[in-house]
Design a protein. Sequence first.
Length: 88
Amino acid sequence: SLADAELVARLGNAQHYEILIEDAVETCGLIIAPDGISGNLAFRTLTFLGGGHGHGAPVVNIDRIFVDTSRASPDYTNALLLAVSLLE
């Protein structure tokens, strides 16, 4: 919900841009989608149409570090770097 997103942003000292991804990409290095379907749509739009770069989608509700990636990605370097950063 919007209230959940606003709470997460406030607790994480982050900015909540609501649906305005076009504003978020101007100042943010990370976009968090509310679910996998929305995240996939945003990823595909930003990466394949907008020239953005994907790093993968970290799954945060499990005990292990897991970064989901796109089968269309040419390599997994960014996903591995993201996974390593989650260890810290």
